[in-house]
Design a protein around this ligand. Structure first.
Ligand code: HEM
Length: 134
């Protein structure tokens, strides 16, 4: 489904760049990303394609986020909640409130699904927990 009436590639690019500026400056998440991302320009371009595929139906993203996150060592629920908190701070600054709300919803869904997948793959002998974000 195309949502091209909701936002633009420019707005998505702004959101992605501002969000990862926060992430990189963050004492908890910054080091995790910096340990795995060697070329930030490439990562930002991938993330713009990811969000553009979701929101503009651009079909420009063809990666597999789940195995990439499953492979990251020592992620926990707190980190996912923190990721969402930084994302929320970033969408809060957007004047396009309709897009901000939809982006928030998607981020929560994907974060929950990544966290479930992470737990089921990395801790198969424990019951998966919810994120319980506020
Ligand atoms: C604790 C939370 C998270 C951490 C620490 C994290 C970290 C990372 C890292 C280090 C990469 C690069 C992996 C690589 O290239 O090998 C990555 C890629 C990615 N992340 Fe996350 N992430 C988190 C949550 C999320 C969430 C909630 C989303 C969804 C909105 C997301 C979407 C993506 C996507 C689409 C990629 C690109 C995968 C690809 O290369 O195709 N991440 N993440």
């Amino acid at each position: 489904m195309s949502r091209s009436d909701l936002t633009t590639e420019e707005e998505i690019t702004t959101l992605v760049h501002r969000f990862y500026e926060r992430v990189r400056a963050d004492p908890v998440l910054g080091p995790v990303f910096d340990a795995h991302i060697h070329d930030w320009d490439t990562h930002l371009a991938i993330m713009v394609r990811f969000w553009s595929s979701l929101f503009l139906g651009s079909g420009t993203y063809s990666g597999t986020p789940m195995p990439k996150h499953i492979a990251l060592p020592d992620l926990n629920a707190e980190m996912f909640r923190h990721w969402l908190a930084l994302f929320h701070e970033t969408t809060n600054e957007l004047s396009n409130r309709a897009f901000a709300e939809e982006a928030e919803k998607f981020a929560h869904r994907i974060a929950r699904s990544l966290w479930y997948g992470y737990q089921i793959n990395n801790h198969p002998n424990r019951l998966p927990t919810e994120l319980h974000h506020g």
